[in-house]
Design a protein around this ligand. Structure first.
Ligand code: 5GP
Length: 113
């Protein structure tokens, strides 16, 4: 599998500030934010889509959510609230095939899928 754009960012082949990192995941600000806070929480392991989550790698989803919770607190948005989104494939609007969780916050978010 070719390296994803996120893998290249993590490997510093493409510049982007890493705003959070632990043993399993890292996070960056989205280059095209749709909310005042729009952060991508990304596993270090390159898994293409949520369809590829299975019993062998399911734990990474918990790691992502825990990191997102931590980042939301760090960003000062935990109390007001936030949204976590995984897009999957074409109808889900996925454009980067390395799973990632969008952390959206900083305004009252509209729900109109
Ligand atoms: P998806 O559409 O796959 O759910 O989300 C991919 C996200 O990655 C998009 O919101 C897009 O703006 C963001 N993105 C794509 N390329 C880059 C990049 O080079 N740097 C950063 N920081 N974000 C990117």
């Amino acid at each position: 599998m070719a390296d994803s754009i996120f893998k290249k960012i993590y490997n510093k082949e493409i510049p982007s500030e890493i705003i959070y990192e632990d043993n399993f995941v890292f996070a960056i600000n989205d280059i095209n934010p749709i909310a005042p806070v729009h952060i991508l929480v990304i596993p270090k392991e390159q898994i293409p889509t949520i369809n590829d989550i299975n019993a062998d790698n399911e734990a990474i989803i918990g790691k992502i959510v825990l990191a997102a919770k931590h980042i939301a607190k760090q960003q000062g948005v935990a109390e007001n609230g936030y949204r976590l989104v995984f897009n999957c494939n074409a109808d889900g609007g996925q454009t980067v095939f390395h799973i990632h969780c969008h952390l959206l916050a900083g305004k009252k978010l509209i729900w109109n899928a």
